[in-house]
Design a protein around this ligand. Structure first.
Ligand code: HEC
Length: 212
């Protein structure tokens, strides 16, 4: 082998060495990774926390307080005053005419949507199949009609204070020749609420809102 031949081989060997060293150096910079030490197994993978959703948390149950425990000590007189909010749309005397809403005489434990001749919404009619206006059913409806029964045509924003609802329902109860018994002290509202507390989706359309 002459020296020229040897030089060519030497150059290519050196070149390869430099190339490998160079690649190693470059790749080290590009793909630097910590080799896990000691007990650590594998590479730690950090999963970014899922971004908080903008959507409101799903309603999981009634957002209002039961009134059953308050009824015995509620103030029907205050409830009568509170009925002013309803009087634009409802009469309460026996045999009273229906206005925008049906007459409310004897409403406690009355079948839901059962006044002959009144044009109930299909939402209330369907919801009310086989159900009565128990204390807690009234409670949920008066808390927020459109949340309690999605699609109802009762355009009323609702009574947010449970004491107001308890007073009003305590007064509605007296609108009867034979008022329904008050719940026994300490009685669980769940027994009364029953299927009536089925939470409906939030109605954001405001359809049918006539007045508040
Ligand atoms: C702007 C008018 C309006 C106001 C104010 C209003 N309601 Fe109503 N109410 C209605 C209408 C309309 C219906 C029928 C709803 C349906 O068919 O979906 C109704 C239905 C009802 C029912 C169901 C009756 C049944 O026969 O099943 C009750 C109970 C009731 N209202 C109570 C009240 C009370 C108590 C208030 C006051 C806190 C009130 N409403 C305020 C219009 C009104």
């Amino acid at each position: 082998m002459d020296s020229f031949e040897f030089n060519k081989i030497a150059m290519s060997v050196l070149g390869t060495i430099f190339l490998v060293m160079g690649l190693d150096f470059v790749s080290d910079g590009l793909f630097h990774s910590e080799i896990p030490q000691g007990d650590a197994k594998g590479y730690a993978i950090e999963i970014a926390e899922a971004p908080a959703s903008d959507a409101p948390a799903e309603d999981t149950g009634p957002a209002y307080e039961a009134i059953t425990p308050l009824l015995a000590s509620a103030n029907p007189d205050a409830g009568e005053t509170g009925f002013r909010k309803c009087a634009a749309c409802h009469t309460y005397e026996e045999g009273g005419a229906s206005r925008v809403g049906p007459n409310l005489y004897n409403i406690v434990n009355r079948e839901i949507a059962s006044m002959d001749g009144f044009g109930y919404s299909s939402a209330l009619t369907e919801y009310g199949q086989g159900k009565q206006w128990t204390y807690e059913e009234l409670n949920g409806f008066l808390w927020n009609p459109k949340k309690h029964i999605k699609g109802t045509s009762m355009g009323f924003a609702g009574l947010k204070k449970e004491q107001d609802r308890a007073d009003l329902v305590a007064w509605l109860r007296t609108l009867s020749a034979d008022p329904a018994p008050l719940p026994a002290e300490g009685e669980s509202p769940a027994a009364d609420a029953g299927e009536g507390t089925t939470e409906t989706a939030i109605d954001t359309t405001g359809a049918g809102q006539t007045a508040n």
